[in-house]
Design a protein around this ligand. Structure first.
Ligand SMILES: Nc1ncnc2c1ncn2[C@@H]1O[C@H](COP(=O)(O)OP(=O)(O)OP(=O)(O)O)[C@@H](O)[C@H]1O
Length: 239
């Protein structure tokens, strides 16, 4: 079953001769429990695609279906509810709330939605991300890697249909990057989580099951995951 799919997705900024075709017809399907890395040179349309998949921007034409819902058919409140209830996000900047503890940050999506915390799931997540002894700490008292692990737990606490990760290791050293990527991998393997990650880093992309490469707003490669060397070779070949 596809959790996310697009059909001939286009997004044009501006008009006439100065128009930029950030996405120029992208048709992709993302099956459940698959880890996809999206790569491509700067300006190839990766952020635009992520924003459209998450309903944060509207396409010029084409469709996006997420968790069985055509986004064009949802109003602003429907999109907000979809993002809150069905999507998880991890960004390069950890985006934690500074005055809240790690535990409060992790539970925030549920608090905001007025939903009960599934304590067994919360405990499992906390143990998976290895933050049991840091739950009462505020973000400023945590390392970058720990903060991003809080962000991963927060993105998973409401069991989203899909987790979007936008350069999740962009601000991390290599060992923290490995930890965070390992967590995302574990979420796919153990929790059947669907993950779609944009990255510039071959090492990050190498943990994915599938590699999609964009260039000039179109898909120029869509294939099985590669090791880091394979990713670099592929990027050279398509770049
Ligand atoms: N709000 C906007 N107005 C005009 N042009 C835009 C806007 N946002 C993006 N673009 C253009 O659309 C194209 C795709 O941009 P996008 O940010 O999706 O690329 P990207 O692959 O995410 O790049 P990067 O790796 O640098 O983040 C670029 O040419 C960019 O300049």
């Amino acid at each position: 079953m596809n959790i996310v799919s697009t059909a001939d997705l286009r997004r044009t900024y501006g008009e006439g001769e100065t128009a930029v075709h950030a996405l120029a017809g992208v048709t992709l399907s993302f099956p459940a429990a698959q880890f996809t890395a999206i790569m491509g040179p700067s300006g190839s349309g990766k952020s635009t695609l992520m924003h459209l998949l998450a309903g944060l921007d509207k396409p010029s034409s084409g469709s996006v279906v997420v968790d069985g819902q055509e986004l064009a058919g949802l109003g602003d409140s429907g999109l907000t509810a979809l993002r809150r209830d069905r999507l998880g996000f991890v960004f390069q900047a950890f985006n934690l709330v500074p005055v809240l503890t790690a535990e409060e940050n992790i539970k925030l999506p549920l608090t905001l939605a007025g939903k009960q915390v599934d304590q067994a799931w919360f405990d499992k997540l906390v143990d998976t991300v290895g933050l049991r002894d840091r739950l009462t700490h505020r973000p400023s008292e945590l390392s970058g890697g720990q903060q991003q692990r809080v962000a991963v737990a927060r993105a998973l606490v409401h069991r989203p249909a899909v987790l979007f990760a936008d350069e999740p290791t962009g601000n991390l050293d290599s060992s923290s990057s490995e930890e965070v990527l390992g967590l995302l991998r574990q979420a796919v393997d153990e929790f059947d989580q669907t993950v779609i990650m944009v990255t510039h880093e071959a090492a990050a992309a190498s943990v994915a099951d599938r590699l999609v490469v964009l260039r000039d707003g179109v898909v120029v490669h869509d294939g099985a995951g590669q090791d880091a060397e394979g990713v670099l070779d592929l990027m050279k070949a398509v770049g």
